[in-house]
Unconditional design. Sequence first.
Length: 252
Amino acid sequence: MINIIVNGCNGAMGQVLCNEIINNEEMNIIAGVDRNPNKLDNPFSVYQSILNVDDICDVIIDFSNPSHLNDLLEYSQDKKVPLVIATTGYSEEELIKIENSSETVPIFLSSNMSLGVNVLLSMVRKAANILSSSFDIEIIEKHHNKKVDAPSGTALMIANTINDELDNTKDFVYGRYTKKDKRQPKEVGIHAIRGGNIVGEHTVIFAGDDEVVEIKHTANSKKIFAKGSLEAAQYIINQKPGLYTMDNLLNK
Ligand SMILES: NC(=O)C1=CN([C@@H]2O[C@H](COP(=O)(O)OP(=O)(O)OC[C@H]3O[C@@H](n4cnc5c(N)ncnc54)[C@H](OP(=O)(O)O)[C@@H]3O)[C@@H](O)[C@H]2O)C=CC1
Ligand SMILES: O=C(O)C1=N[C@H](C(=O)O)C[C@H](O)C1
């Protein structure tokens, strides 16, 4: 039995994740954490801060907000509990804190827990290698109107993957409202759309002279992220301290 703390249990993703765990005979929610603990009627105890949880768990899964990070890292370090971080919108400074903490506990960090987006990343890597000298690259992401961060963590992960592949030669341009000049070849444009209940769409456009390649992933349900995070949890509980991503899980 894997005993799990769900951080952000009353959020949209938290609820989908709790439902997946409740329907899994090999997993158990030992406690939930949410800034409004009494917002929903859950079949487990919910605390306002993870620092108030006394129960012992095997792993923490976090779909919440960057404001929870300090408590999350403190708890994980003190109790030596592995952590799966799915939350997006972290600053550079916060990402360094996560990396530093992973020296003492195993941390799995991915802005997108779906299998499909991780296949998209390898296709983008290949396309960037072959096309980037003569094609312009733009990323468009679409999400529901409740999303608080923009651009999405996945769009940033795609942009960073392109830059890794191209020796950091690209500059990221977020929208073009303030630009009063034509597009430069070294730009990667990143654009965020918000509306309705779109679960998540990411399109990477390679636009050349007389031809365009588009690589697109569409999430039709939040369940794909919940299921991916549970696979990450099963993987991380058996690892040594370190920072792990979907690459480690998929190539194990
Ligand atoms: N890696 C992945 O595959 C995926 C990652 N995500 C990420 O997971 C996170 C949660 O997504 P989702 O469940 O849709 O979001 P929700 O806003 O529905 O839930 C987030 C939770 O965090 C709380 N929260 C929100 N803002 C704050 C704040 N400023 N301070 C403290 N607590 C806050 C919410 O409380 P309250 O309800 O009171 O606002 C809620 O409990 C996001 O960062 C999202 O991008 C989402 C899907 C997939
Ligand atoms: O907030 C969401 O919903 C999602 N967030 C992640 C992101 O920012 O990339 C992943 C997914 O697209 C859904």
